[in-house]
Design a protein around this ligand. Structure first.
Ligand code: ATP
Ligand code: MG
Length: 414
């Protein structure tokens, strides 16, 4: 717990803390290096913002999960309000409801996780006048948009903190980059504060030097220098195991509830290299799923046909088509003859199909079942040789190719 009476403040922190609530736009982001004071600066600002917004509407605290809000935010917010300001904080960890009493007012608050593809369901339909997003880039894109749309009162204010992620990330592309380029429309509603460890006067030089030793390469640039950069050569560097996977169990439930409306496949032929057949799905909101994978060496058309038929039985669904690697026309012909699927052999250009897949991931629209082990491995391995290469290295690409084929056909057919 922080001993606030010993706090030290550098110039940027002082400027942030002394800025009156009414002078902030709707949405303010504090980003930058680890340990630079972003979270504690927002915590200290909260009483003043609450006083300004009043207690008419709901106040929402979100993080990757409800528990991460508790650990990162409430552990400091509660003692700050109770021990230093004479208020009370009552938090129900199972429902997320939280009541804060401060300076004679009652504030109804709600704590929720925003990191998963279905997090948005918990926040539909109410009006908020305050939102604090802890570690905003780890929120799901649909949740973020829904949250912003809840903030309709004129006095509503949102604050978020973040460590930098990939420069492909939606937060960078939609807010930070336009802000830095002076985009007037963005600047009307969005303000950007960048902090380094040197802006946190509570850290010792030795501590900062030790932190600097913890990270290397792109992660050093992000965590220490606070820059939004692409991870060293990874093709899908915004893919996150936290945000972009779903348990086998949860996905099976979506399938049972008919939430997934279309089933299709991507096939990459191999022999000494693995043959990969990915079962993909899409729902009516535009989310795409990787539902199941066949990934094995020395499997030909017969093995794939068997797998497809078996999976149609297992899931109780008909698959509509497969888009297959065109290098093995005789195998594709067999698929055409012995399955009920339409078989396409459209080999998309590598760069084009990668950019389609990348934008699905950047906007949190691709969700992979955690049972697709080979596919998940390749997301972490599929990379470019160097910064100037147009095409990725031809290794760790078997599932990634099958994914490109299937998704390219799906995304370009409309
Ligand atoms: N006002 C303050 N008074 C005392 N210590 C502070 C204060 N602000 C920051 N610190 C110290 O700096 C540390 C980092 O602050 P904080 O957690 O707010 O940083 P952060 O930028 O949110 O870091 P991260 O990126 O790791 O989430 C705190 O754990 C605390 O030790
Ligand atoms: Mg923090």
């Amino acid at each position: 717990m922080i001993k606030w009476e010993n706090s030290k403040y550098g110039p940027k922190t002082r400027k942030f803390l002394s800025k009156p609530p009414q002078d902030f736009p709707l949405f303010t982001l504090l980003d930058g290096a680890v340990r630079s004071g972003k979270t504690l600066n927002i915590i200290q600002k909260i009483p003043q913002i609450f006083e300004f917004t009043g207690s008419e509407y709901l106040k929402v605290f979100s993080g990757y999960s409800r528990n991460s809000v508790k650990n990162n935010v409430l552990t400091e917010l509660k003692p700050f309000i109770e021990n230093y300001l004479g208020g009370t904080v009552k938090y129900n960890a199972s429902t997320g409801e939280m009541e804060i009493k401060l300076f004679g007012k009652h504030y109804d608050c709600y704590v929720t996780g925003g990191g998963k593809s279905d997090s948005v369901n918990a926040i539909q339909g109410s009006t908020w006048d305050f939102w604090y997003a802890n570690e905003l880039p780890r929120h799901n894109y649909a949740f973020y948009n829904m949250a912003l749309s809840r903030l309709t009162p004129e006095c509503a204010r949102a604050f978020a903190d973040s460590n930098p992620e990939s420069s492909n990330h939606w937060l960078y592309q939609e807010k930070i980059l336009p802000y830095l380029n002076g985009d007037e429309k963005v600047r009307e509603i969005f303000e950007y504060w960048h902090f380094t460890m040197h802006d946190n006067a509570n850290l010792s030089d030795v501590f900062i030097q030790n932190q600097e030793k913890l990270y290397k390469g792109a992660f050093k640039k992000r965590k220490i220098d606070g820059l939004w950069v692409i991870a060293e050569g990874l093709v899908y560097d915004t893919f996150s195991l936290d945000k972009h996977t779903i348990s086998d169990y949860a996905l099976a439930e979506k399938i049972r509830n008919n939430e997934i409306t279309e089933y299709f496949l991507g096939v990459d032929w191999g022999w000494n290299h693995p043959t990969v057949c990915l079962l993909l799905g899409a729902d009516c909101s535009g989310l795409c799923y990787v539902i199941d994978e066949l990934c094995s060496v020395k499997i030909d058309a017969d093995g794939v046909i068997k797998w497809i038929n078996q999976k149609q039985n297992e899931y109780g669904k008909f698959f509509s088509y497969a888009n297959c690697d065109n290098a093995r026309p005789e195998q594709n012909e067999k698929l055409r003859r012995y399955t009920n699927l339409v078989i396409y052999e459209e080999k998309p250009k590598v760069e084009d199909s990668i950019s389609l897949v990348r934008s699905l991931i950047n906007y949190d629209r691709l969700i992979v079942s955690n049972k697709c082990m080979h596919t998940l491995d390749e997301f972490g391995l599929y990379r470019y040789a160097d910064e100037n290469a147009d095409c990725p290295l031809k290794c760790n690409d078997d599932c990634m190719d099958a994914l490109r084929y299937g998704l390219y056909r799906h995304l370009t057919q409309r």
